[in-house]
Design a binder for this molecule. Structure first.
Ligand SMILES: [Zn+2]
Length: 87
């Protein structure tokens, strides 16, 4: 899947353990995507609530990221997240 972010009014915030960046629309503060550098590649996930055809995606996976260590998070993200460009 490829997603193009239109416009350049995006703010970047980091999560509690400074691992990932959260990208928000500056106009409405909607979360657009989350991403971080994993083994030299910029990887991430987009906010599926913003997609028109969200029903074409698989079922959501429930997670409790607070229970994961930083290493476990990176391991998990490297398995789930795709390449992220345009941010
Ligand atoms: Zn917006």
């Amino acid at each position: 899947m490829s997603v193009v972010f239109i416009g350049d009014e995006i703010s970047t915030k980091q999560n509690g353990d400074q691992l990932a960046n959260f990208y928000h629309c500056k106009a409405c503060n909607e979360l657009l995507a989350v991403g971080c550098n994993i083994n030299g590649q910029f990887r991430g996930a987009i906010n599926s609530n913003l997609l028109q055809d969200v029903n074409q995606l698989g079922n959501p996976i429930k997670i409790q990221p607070r229970l994961l260590s930083a290493e476990e998070k990176l391991e998990r993200w490297s398995n789930l997240w795709g390449a992220l460009t345009g941010l």
